[in-house]
Design a protein around this ligand. Sequence first.
Ligand SMILES: NC(=O)c1ccc[n+]([C@@H]2O[C@H](COP(=O)([O-])OP(=O)(O)OC[C@H]3O[C@@H](n4cnc5c(N)ncnc54)[C@H](OP(=O)(O)O)[C@@H]3O)[C@@H](O)[C@H]2O)c1
Length: 254
Amino acid sequence: MMDFTDKVVLITGASSGIGAAAAIYFSKQSAKLSLVGRKENNLRKIALYCEKSKGNKPLAITADLTDDGDIKRVIDETIDHYGKLDVLVNNAGIIGMGGIKNTTMETYDNIMATNLRSVFHLTMLATPHLIATKGCIVNTSCIASKKPSTMSLCYNMSKAALDQFTKCIALELAPDGVRVNSINPGFVKTNLLKDIGLSEEQLELFIKNVVGNMPLKKAVESDEVAALIGFLASNNAKSITGSCYIVDGGSILR
Ligand SMILES: NC(=O)c1ccc[n+]([C@@H]2O[C@H](COP(=O)([O-])OP(=O)(O)OC[C@H]3O[C@@H](n4cnc5c(N)ncnc54)[C@H](OP(=O)(O)O)[C@@H]3O)[C@@H](O)[C@H]2O)c1
C-alpha cells in the first residue's frame, strides 16, 4: 500500500470513470484531495465517498478546464485551501470520432482544448508549486497515442502530443526534483464513449468487438488504472520519470 498522508493531490476529471477511481484510491491512502470536474452533483458524490473512506474532506472544484479563468481558479483554490501541491493528476479528457474525411474543426478544437491546452495551462500554473514540494505529475494518456486509428484522428493526435509533453517536461523538471509520467490505458468501461453518437445497442456491439480483440479478453478496470496512477505518484516510483505506462490487456500487441 502507498501512503499519501499530508500529500495534496489534485485530480482533474474526478467526477467520473478513471479520475473518480483515482480519487477513491488516493483518499484510501489518506491523501488530501482537490477534485475537479464539470458535473457538480457527480463531483460531490465522489467527494462524499472519499470523505467517508478516511475522513479527509476533499476540496471539490466545479470547473470547465477549457476556460482559462477556471484553470487559474483551480490552482488558486487548491493553494488557498491546502497551502501546497504535491501531486497533479491531469486526467480529464474527451473523445470525438472521425478521420480526415469526416472530422469537423469544432471537434478538433474541442478535443485539443480539453485534452491538450488545458493540461498545458494547468501544469504551467502548477509547476512552481510542484517544484516547491519536489512533487510529481501523472498524465492520463491512452494507447491511442501510439496506435493509429481511422476512427478517432483528433483524439489520437492529442494523446500523442500529450506523451511528448510528458517526456519534454520530465526532462526539463528533473533537475528540480519533479517527476512526470503518463499512464496509457486501453479500453476501460467509463462514460468516455457515451457521447460519440452511437445508440446503446451499437455501443454495446462496439465494446464487445473491442474487448474481443484484446488479447486478455477483458476491459481494463478503472481501479487498476487508479492503482497505477497511485504507484507512479508514490515514492516507490522515485526513479521513474518520462515514462508512459501501458495498461491495455495486451491491445497494443495487435
Ligand atoms: N475509457 C477509456 O477506455 C480510456 C482509455 C484510455 C484513456 N482514457 C483517458 O482517461 C481519461 C478519463 O476518461 P474516462 O474514461 O474516465 O472518461 P469519463 O468517465 O467520461 O470521465 C472524463 C472526466 O473528464 C472530465 N472532463 C471532460 N471535459 C472536461 C472539461 N472541459 N473540464 C473539466 N472536466 C472535464 C469529466 O467531467 P464531467 O463528467 O463532470 O463533465 C469527467 O470527470 C481521459 O483523458 C481519457 O482520454 C480513457
